[in-house]
Design a protein. Structure first.
Length: 117
């Protein structure tokens, strides 16, 4: 593991975090850039991880199945409601949580229908 003082690079608008090529980077509590070689997982994914990944994959498939008009409506409701998320994120929330009440409230506020009647 290496620690490099890279605070100056933030002035350029670049805050490195995550994977970049063969490296994994993050900023520690002392604002130092910590980087190390990306390593494959030591253990296979757990049953719960596989299930969660399948849930998110199903949400992505359902988004793709909406068609252009359906995706546009979800994007517009997010924009018109001034949410700080994209329509895909709102759709994923609804798909995974099933919170019809929140979506019906947004539909009423924005006059955009996204859920089937």
């Amino acid at each position: 593991m290496a620690t490099i003082d890279m605070r100056w690079i933030k002035y350029l608008g670049w805050n490195s975090q995550g994977d970049l090529g063969p490296l994994t980077m993050y900023t520690n509590k002392r604002r130092k850039l910590v980087w190390y070689a990306k390593m494959p997982p030591l253990n296979p994914p757990s049953v719960l991880q596989v299930q969660q990944r399948a849930r998110f994959a199903n949400a992505a498939d359902a988004w793709a199945d909406l068609g252009a008009d359906g995706r546009h409506a979800w994007n517009q409701i997010a924009i018109k409601a001034r949410l700080r998320i994209h329509g895909y994120n709102l759709f994923s929330y609804w798909y995974l949580k099933g919170d019809n009440g929140a979506i019906h409230t947004l539909e009423r506020q924005t006059q955009i229908q996204v859920l089937p009647s």
